[in-house]
Design a protein. Structure first.
Lengths: 280, 295, 367
C-alpha cells in the first residue's frame, strides 16, 4: 500500500448559515491521480480552498504526509451557528496562511487562470521559486546571492524546456494562447517543488484536442516529477481516463467514491448529475 | 462642567455632527455605487461656499434666492465632474478612478485659488440664522439648533426615497451588483447621476450650515472637513446611509468634547485614530456588509 | 543590440549628464533658476521612485509619503542645526536637554532620517498593512496627517519647535571636500534610486510585482504577503525619509505645513505622469513636472501687457490651474503616463527613431 499523502478528515466549511462543504473526508495516496467531481456549486473549489489555506475550515482537520497541517473547530459566533457534524471532535486550532501550505509542498492551479498577467513566462515561474530562496533582501538587492539567483534561473529554464514553454519564455504571460496559459499555470505550480499538485478544472475552456493532450501531459508530469495529483474536473472523458480513484460530492456531502468503473454505474451519481424526478 | 455647559457642548457637537452626516452621505452613496472614494467631495463642499459668496455678496441677491442658486450650481458642478472625470474611467482599474478623483480635488483647489485668491473671503451672513435663541437656559444660534433637525428630515426623506421608490430600488440594485443591474435594464448612468445630485445637494446644504457661523472661506477649507466626513462614512460602514449619519454625529460630538477639554490641536488626530482603530477591529464599519473575494 | 553596445550607450549618456551638470554648476550664477530646478527635480525623483515602489510595483496604494518625508526632514534637521544657532531657532521654547547638545555629521543624520522613517513605517505597518486597497490609501493618508499634526503641535515644542518650524538647516555639504555641494542631491538621489532599481530587479522585487498582479496567486506561490508588503512599505518609507532630509537641506527652513496632503498629491501626480511601475518614468516626470511648475509655466502667473492690451486669464494662480488641467488630461487620456510600466531601454529609444523613419518611407510609397 502506497504512502498516504493527503488526508482530509471531517471537513465542514460553513459561511454564515450556508454549509458549503459538509463533513468531507477523503484520502489521496502517493503517486495517485484522484479526481473530485460533482455538479456545479457542490463545494469542490471550496474544498480546495480549505486544503490550500485560503479558508480556514469551520470544523475538521487536514494532514499532509502524515503531519497535521490544518485543524479547526467552531469558535466564537460559529459555535452557536454551527450546523455540521462532529462538533467537539477537534479541539486544536491550526490555520496556516496559503503560503505556508505551499512551502510544505502543496501547489495548486486556479479555476479561472490567475497568472501574473503583465509579467513574462519566465518571471511567472521564477516567482514560484522565490520562497525557497535563502538570501535575505539585502543580500539579494546587492547581488551577494548571485549564485543562488543564477541557479534559480537555470532551474526555471530547465523546467520550461521540459514543459515545452522554453521558446515562449520572454512573452508576456497574458499574450499566450489560452491552452498555453493553462500549461504555464501548471508549470508555475511545479516550480514550487510540490509533492502534491491540486488542479482546479485544468481542462476548462480547452478544445477536445487540447483536452486529450492535457491527459497525457498530466500523466507525464506525474511520472517525471514524482507527483501525486488531486484534481477537480467536469470533463468526464478526461476524468474517467486519467483517474485512479474518484470522489463525488453533491451539496457539500460525499455521495460516492471508488474507481472510475464503479462511479460510472453508481445510481446516486447519476441522480446527482441528471436530477431525480420529483413525482416518483 | 455644569449641566448647562454640558448641554451646550452636546448641542454644538450634534450640530456639527449633523453637517458631517450630510456630507458623509455623499461619500457613502458614491462609494456604494461606484466603489470610489470621491476625494473631490470636500472641495465641492468648498465650492458651494464660494457660490454663496457670489450670489449674496457679488450679486446681492436675497438669501432664499441664493440658497436655491447655490444648491443648483453645486449639483451641476458635481454631475459635471462625474461626467467628465469619472464616467470615462468606468472600466478602468479602481486605482485610476481614485487618482482621477484626487486630480479633480487638486484642480478644484487650484481653481478656487485662481478665481478667488488664496486669502480667506468673508462668508455672507444670513441674519435670521444667526439670531440667538434661548432654550431652557441654553443660548444658541438658530443655525446650531436647526442643523440636526434638518439632517434628520433629509435622512428620513432619503431613506424613503431609497427604500420605497423605483429609483431607490434601482440604486440598491446597482450598489449590490453593478454589471448585473445593467443587464437587468437599469440605466446605470442615470442612477449614478442621481446619486451625485443627492450627494451634492446635501453638500450644498451642509456648506451653508457649516460656513454660516464661521467668518470666512478659503480654497483649502473643504479638504479637512471632507476627510473627516469620509472617516464618518467609513466608521458607520461605507455604503450604509444610517451608518454615515451615526458616524457623522459621533465624530462631531467627540470632536466638540475634545476641543472643550482643551485639546483642540489633537481633535483631528483623534478623528484619524478613530478611523485606523475602526478599520483594524471592524474593517466593514458599524453597519457595513462584508464583501468576500472569490477565489 | 549587443550588451556591449548598450553599455557604451549608457556610459555616454551618463557622461553627457555629468558634463551637463558640471556646465550648469560652472557657468551659471548661483541664483540661476535652472540650478534649483535640477536639484529639486533630483529630490522629487527620489521620493517619486520610492512611492512608485509601493504604488506601482507592489500595488499598495499609499498616500502617506509626505508624512514619512516630514519624519525624515525633522529627524535630519533636529540633529544637524549648528549648536550655535540653536538658541536662535528655539528662541521661544528652548530645546529639550537630551538633544540640545547632540549634533551629528551630515551623512549620519541622513541615514538617521531614513532609519527613523523606516522604523515608524514598521510600527504603523503592522496594523495598516492588513487593510485592502482604498482603505489602505485612506489610512495612510490619515497617518501622514497624524504625523504632521503631532510634529507641529505644542506637545513637541521643545523637540520640533512646534508650529514655528525649524530653520538654519545646513545646506548641501561638499562631498569629502572635493565635490562641491551643488552635486550632493544628485549623487545621493542617484545612489538611492540605483539601490531601488537593484531591489526591483531582484527576486524580492519580482515577488513585489507578483503581489501587485494578483495577491491570491502570489500567496498560492508561497509568497508571505504580510512580510513582503511590510518590506516594501518600510523600504519605501526609508527612502522617503532620506528625500525628506534632502528637501530640508534644500529649503533650509521647514514647518510641519510643508508636508501637507497637497504634497502627497503632488508626488502621486508625478508618479502617475511618469507611469505607475516605471522608475525611469518617475525620474523623467519629476524633472519635467518640477521644471514646468517652477520655471517654464511661471509666466502664467504674471499679468502680461502687449501694448495696452492685457492678455486674458494670466494672473496669480493660473499656473497651478493649467498644471492641474494637464494632470487631469494625463489621468483621463494617457492613463499609462509617459512610460507606462516599461523601463527605458536603448532598443526602445532607437526604435523610436526607426519607427518614424519607417512611417516616412511608408508615406512616400503611398504618395
Amino acid at each position: 500500500m502506497a504512502e498516504n499523502v493527503l488526508s482530509v478528515r471531517d471537513i465542514t466549511m460553513q459561511f454564515g448559515g450556508v454549509v458549503a462543504v459538509n463533513n468531507l473526508s477523503l484520502e489521496v495516496n502517493e503517486g495517485e491521480i484522484v479526481s473530485l467531481i460533482g455538479p456545479n456549486g457542490a463545494g469542490k473549489t471550496t474544498a480546495f480552498n480549505v486544503i490550500t489555506g485560503v479558508y480556514a475550515p469551520t470544523n475538521g482537520a487536514v494532514s499532509f504526509c502524515g503531519k497535521e497541517i490544518i485543524c479547526n473547530h467552531p469558535r466564537g459566533k460559529m459555535a452557536k451557528l454551527y450546523a455540521g457534524e462532529n462538533k467537539g471532535k477537534y479541539t486544536k486550532v491550526l490555520e496556516p496562511t496559503p503560503d505556508k501550505i505551499t512551502k510544505l509542498g502543496i501547489a495548486r492551479t486556479f479555476q479561472n487562470i490567475r497568472l501574473f498577467k503583465e509579467l513574462t513566462v519566465l518571471e511567472n515561474v521564477l516567482i514560484a521559486k522565490h520562497m525557497r530562496m535563502k538570501a535575505n533582501i539585502f543580500a539579494d538587492t546587492f547581488r551577494l546571492s548571485y549564485k543562488e539567483e543564477r541557479k534559480m534561473k537555470e532551474d526555471c529554464l530547465e523546467l520550461l524546456k521540459i514543459l515545452d514553454l522554453y521558446d515562449l519564455r520572454d512573452e508576456i504571460s497574458s499574450s499566450l494562447p489560452y491552452g498555453k496559459q493553462r500549461h504555464l499555470e501548471i508549470a508555475r505550480a511545479l516550480a514550487t517543488e510540490p509533492k502534491l499538485l491540486l488542479l482546479d478544472e485544468p481542462a476548462a475552456g480547452l478544445n477536445p484536442q487540447e483536452t486529450d493532450e492535457l491527459t497525457a501531459f498530466i500523466k507525464r508530469i506525474r511520472d517525471q516529477f514524482h507527483l501525486t495529483v488531486f484534481m477537480i474536473e467536469h470533463h468526464m472523458n478526461l476524468v474517467m481516463d486519467i483517474s485512479d480513484r474518484i470522489y463525488v460530492i453533491d451539496f457539500g456531502k460525499m455521495i460516492a467514491s471508488g474507481v472510475p468503473a464503479e462511479i460510472q454505474n453508481d445510481q446516486r451519481v447519476i441522480d446527482a448529475y441528471l436530477g431525480v424526478a420529483e413525482d416518483e | 462642567m455644569n449641566t448647562t455647559t454640558f448641554l451646550q457642548y452636546c448641542l454644538a457637537g450634534i450640530s456639527i455632527g449633523g453637517i458631517y452626516a450630510m456630507i458623509a452621505i455623499g461619500y457613502t452613496m458614491v462609494y456604494g455605487i461606484l466603489r470610489l472614494i470621491n476625494f473631490a467631495h470636500g472641495d465641492i463642499f468648498m465650492m458651494a461656499a464660494y457660490f454663496m459668496i457670489f450670489a449674496m455678496v457679488d450679486f446681492a441677491l436675497p438669501w432664499y434666492v441664493s440658497l436655491a442658486l447655490v444648491a443648483i450650481a453645486t449639483v451641476l458642478l458635481g454631475v459635471f465632474i462625474e461626467k467628465i472625470a469619472y464616467k470615462p474611467l468606468r472600466s478602468a482599474p479602481r486605482m485610476s478612478i481614485m487618482i482621477s478623483a484626487i486630480g479633480v480635488s487638486y484642480l478644484l483647489q487650484n481653481l478656487a485659488t485662481y478665481l478667488f485668491s488664496a486669502l480667506p473671503k468673508g462668508y455672507p451672513q444670513i441674519p435670521f440664522l444667526m439670531t440667538n435663541i434661548n432654550l431652557g437656559g441654553i443660548s444658541t444660534s438658530v443655525v446650531t439648533f436647526i442643523t440636526p433637525i434638518l439632517t434628520i428630515i433629509f435622512v428620513v426623506l432619503l431613506m424613503q426615497l431609497i427604500n420605497h421608490t423605483k429609483i431607490g430600488m434601482a440604486m440598491r440594485a446597482v450598489s449590490k451588483d453593478f454589471e448585473t443591474s445593467q443587464l437587468m435594464g437599469i440605466k446605470i448612468n442615470r442612477i449614478i447621476s442621481i446619486t451625485f445630485v443627492i450627494g451634492c445637494f446635501l453638500a450644498a446644504v451642509g456648506s451653508v450650515l457649516y460656513f454660516t457661523p464661521r467668518p470666512s472661506v478659503y480654497p483649502m477649507a473643504g479638504s479637512l472637513p471632507g476627510l473627516k466626513c469620509f472617516i464618518a462614512a467609513v466608521f458607520g460602514g461605507i455604503g450604509s446611509i444610517p451608518g454615515a449619519v451615526l458616524g457623522g454625529f459621533l465624530i462631531g460630538l467627540c470632536e466638540t468634547f475634545i476641543k472643550a477639554a482643551g485639546y483642540s490641536e489633537f481633535s483631528d488626530v483623534f478623528t484619524f485614530l478613530i478611523l485606523i482603530v475602526m478599520l483594524l477591529f471592524k474593517p466593514t464599519g458599524l453597519f457595513g456588509e462584508k464583501i468576500a473575494e472569490k477565489v | 543590440m549587443s550588451m556591449k553596445k548598450k553599455t557604451i550607450c549608457s556610459l555616454i549618456a551618463l557622461l553627457i549628464g555629468v558634463v551637463f551638470l558640471v556646465c550648469v554648476n560652472r557657468m551659471t550664477a548661483p541664483t540661476y533658476i535652472l540650478r534649483s530646478v535640477l536639484q529639486m527635480g533630483a529630490i522629487y525623483a527620489l521620493v517619486a521612485v520610492s512611492m512608485n515602489l509601493l504604488n506601482g510595483f507592489t500595488g499598495l496604494f499609499s498616500l502617506g509619503q509626505a508624512g514619512f518625508m516630514a519624519i525624515g526632514a525633522y529627524a535630519f534637521a533636529i540633529f544637524t542645526i549648528p549648536l550655535e544657532s540653536r538658541a536662535n531657532v528655539y528662541y521661544l521654547y528652548g530645546m529639550h536637554e537630551a538633544i540640545a547638545n547632540v549634533q551629528l555629521p551630515i551623512f549620519a543624520a541622513l541615514l538617521l532620517a531614513g532609519v527613523v522613517a523606516a522604523l515608524l513605517a514598521f510600527l504603523f505597518g503592522i496594523p495598516v498593512l492588513r487593510l485592502k486597497s482604498d482603505y489602505f490609501a485612506i489610512a495612510t493618508l490619515g497617518l501622514a496627517e497624524i504625523i504632521r499634526i503631532i510634529i507641529g503641535s505644542a506637545l513637541m515644542n521643545r523637540i520640533t519647535n512646534g508650529s514655528l518650524g525649524l530653520k538654519s538647516i545646513p545646506s548641501f555639504p561638499s562631498i569629502f571636500g572635493v565635490i562641491p555641494g551643488f552635486y550632493f542631491p544628485f549623487l545621493i538621489s542617484a545612489v538611492c534610486i540605483a539601490i531601488i532599481v537593484l531591489l526591483i530587479r531582484s527576486s524580492y522585487g519580482r515577488a513585489f510585482k507578483a503581489i501587485r498582479e494578483d495577491e491570491i496567486a502570489a500567496e498560492a506561490m508561497g509568497i508571505n504577503l504580510a512580510k513582503h508588503k511590510r518590506m516594501a512599505f518600510v523600504i519605501s518609507s526609508f527612502f522617503a525619509g532620506i528625500s525628506g532630509a534632502l528637501l530640508a537641506m534644500f529649503l533650509g527652513a521647514i514647518t510641519s505645513t510643508t508636508f501637507n496632503i497637497a504634497m502627497t498629491y503632488y508626488i502621486l501626480l508625478i508618479v502617475v505622469i511618469g507611469g505607475m511601475g516605471s522608475v525611469t518614468g518617475s525620474v523623467i516626470s519629476a524633472f519635467l513636472v518640477i521644471a514646468s511648475k517652477e520655471w517654464w509655466l511661471r509666466f502664467l502667473d504674471t499679468e502680461l501687457y502687449i501694448g495696452s492690451f492685457q492678455v486674458p486669464l494670466l494672473k496669480n494662480g493660473f499656473r497651478m490651474v493649467v498644471f492641474s488641467v494637464v494632470l487631469m488630461l494625463v489621468v483621463l487620456f494617457f492613463r499609462k503616463g509617459i512610460m507606462g510600466n516599461r523601463e527605458f531601454s536603448w532598443e526602445g529609444f532607437f526604435g523610436l527613431f526607426k519607427r518614424k523613419q519607417k512611417k516616412k518611407t511608408g508615406g512616400e510609397q503611398i504618395g
